[in-house]
Design a protein around this ligand. Structure first.
Ligand code: ZN
Length: 186
C-alpha cells in the first residue's frame, strides 16, 4: 500500500467506480491498526465520506483492499432523512448476529453514481470490530444505520448493492429517485 505523505490535512481522494477490479476483491484484514499508513487511510475515508455527502464508505472504494469501513449517518443532500451520529470507524468488522426480519429500503453508492435501488437488509445487526485505536468494540444497530453497515461490509467482500436488487422495478436513476422523494414530501 502506498500513501502520499505530502499534505497533513488529507484532501478528498478520488472514489473508484463500478468496473474497477478492486471493488470486486475480498479485502484483507488489517494487521496493525496503529500504523501511520492505516491512520492516514482512515483520515482519508472520513474526509471523503463527508465531502461526497455519503453516509458510509469502505477502504476498497479508495483503492485499498483492506477491511476498514466508516459509518457516518447524518442528514445531507443525498440522504435528507438520515439519522445523525458521530462518524464511526470499524476495522476488521464482524457480523455477530442479525435479525431474521428483512426490510426493503433505498440505497445509493458513491461508487455507483446516478443509480438508486431498493435492497433487502436485516433490520438489526450486532457487530464486533476494532476502533482506530485498536480497541475491541461491540455495537447493536437498527434500521438505516444497520443498513449502512450491511452495505459497507458488502464492499469488503467484493459486493455492491446492485448485486442484491431483486427486480428491475427496484432500480431508479438518481433523478427519478429525487423526483419521487420530492413528490412524497409534497
Ligand atoms: Zn457503496
Amino acid at each position: 500500500m502506498t500513501t502520499p505523505k505530502s499534505s497533513p490535512e488529507p484532501s478528498p481522494t478520488p472514489l473508484l467506480t463500478l468496473g474497477h477490479p478492486v471493488l470486486r476483491q475480498v479485502a484483507q484484514p488489517v494487521a496493525a491498526v496503529r500504523d501511520e499508513a492505516i491512520q492516514l487511510l482512515i483520515d482519508q475515508l472520513l474526509t471523503t465520506v463527508r465531502t461526497a455527502n455519503g453516509v458510509g464508505i469502505a477502504a476498497p472504494q479508495l483503492g485499498h483492499s483492506l477491511r476498514i469501513l466508516v459509518i457516518a449517518s447524518r442528514p445531507n443532500l443525498r440522504y435528507p432523512h438520515a439519522p445523525l451520529m458521530e462518524p464511526t470507524v470499524l476495522v476488521n468488522p464482524r457480523l455477530v448476529s442479525a435479525s431474521d426480519e428483512l426490510e426493503l429500503g433505498w440505497e445509493g453508492c458513491l461508487s455507483v453514481p446516478g443509480v438508486r435501488g431498493q435492497v433487502p437488509r436485516h433490520q438489526t445487526v450486532e457487530v464486533e470490530y476494532c476502533d482506530r485505536h485498536g480497541q475491541p468494540q461491540r455495537q447493536i444497530w437498527q434500521g438505516f444505520v444497520a443498513r449502512i453497515f450491511q452495505h459497507e461490509v458488502d464492499h469488503l467482500d467484493g459486493k455492491v448493492f446492485l448485486d442484491r436488487v431483486q427486480s428491475e422495478a427496484h432500480l431508479l436513476t438518481e433523478d427519478a429517485y429525487q423526483a419521487m422523494e420530492i413528490a412524497a414530501l409534497g
